[in-house]
Design a protein around this ligand. Structure first.
Ligand code: HEC
Ligand code: HEC
Length: 206
């Protein structure tokens, strides 16, 4: 694909390309698979995002995907690339997009497994904050709570800091938790979570 040959900061080019695709093909009758081709411009043809600061959405939990699309539409969550795309999504398609992407297999981003000392530190912080109480034992999340395991490292770090300084303001609870966690601990958590390979434990082929 042409986009893959563009240099580093091509988020804007991808946005323009996606908006052009929408202009050409956003007929109400299009199947959700066709409409989802627009999303691949940034979230990846095979579910591997084109930039490390972009999130994996393939295999993400359905309820969580619904909430995010609604929040981008309402403006509760804002991003210069994703907000204009969300604005073009028909409200009636939000559930279909979420169902479609949640059923795709989470991609392996080949991120390194965290070394033992980092893992131990991350687990201690996670236990003291209580992350697994909501994100569950393998950080697979459920329902409206996000899967974190194997998510893009740079995206994880960015979004936790965005919660922390309220750049991401759509979940005050997560913002409070991130404010109570030091930037160093967030960096350790991002490294650990990005490297988690959980398919073998989940055993459900996702
Ligand atoms: C121009 C690039 C671009 C396109 C095209 C795009 N996205 Fe996004 N998307 C992003 C970025 C960047 C983010 C992360 C925003 C942030 O950091 O807060 C994002 C975030 C998301 C999230 C939140 C994921 C999470 O883990 O919180 C969902 C859901 C999503 N996009 C769905 C879609 C869907 C569905 C489409 C197609 C209709 C689409 N995106 C098209 C760039 C894009
Ligand atoms: C009380 C429950 C709860 C606890 C505890 C919690 N989270 Fe969350 N977390 C959530 C929910 C719910 C969301 C989805 C927020 C939204 O809708 O935007 C979330 C979202 C996230 C996201 C964004 C995922 C994405 O794809 O954008 C990250 C990263 C995250 N949490 C990390 C953590 C870490 C690390 C901890 C522990 C230090 C933690 N959370 C503790 C409930 C929790």
């Amino acid at each position: 694909m042409l986009l893959s040959s563009l240099p580093a900061h091509y988020g804007r080019a991808a946005l323009l390309a996606a908006l052009m695709l929408i202009g050409q093909s956003a007929l109400a009758a299009d199947a959700i698979e066709d409409k989802a081709k627009i999303c691949a411009a940034c979230h990846g043809e095979q579910g591997i995002p084109i930039q490390k600061t972009f999130p994996v959405i393939w295999g993400q939990n359905e309820g969580y995907l619904i909430y995010q699309l609604r929040d981008f539409q309402s403006g509760a969550r804002k991003n210069e690339l994703m907000s204009p795309i969300a604005a073009t999504i028909d409200k009636a398609d939000i559930n279909a997009f979420a169902a479609y992407f949640s059923k795709l297999k989470w991609p392996n981003l080949q991120q390194p497994i965290a070394p033992a000392d980092i893992a131990a530190k991350a687990q201690a912080t996670a236990a003291s904050v209580g992350c697994p109480g909501c994100h569950l034992a393998y950080f697979q999340g459920d329902g409206t709570t996000a899967r974190l395991a194997g998510q893009n490292h740079d995206y994880l770090l960015k979004t936790m800091n965005d919660f922390r300084d309220k750049t991401r303001g759509n979940n005050p609870g997560m913002s409070d938790l991130m404010k109570a966690t030091s930037p160093d601990d967030l960096a350790v958590l991002a490294q650990y979570l990005a490297g988690l390979q959980i398919e073998a434990y989940l055993g459900n082929g996702r």
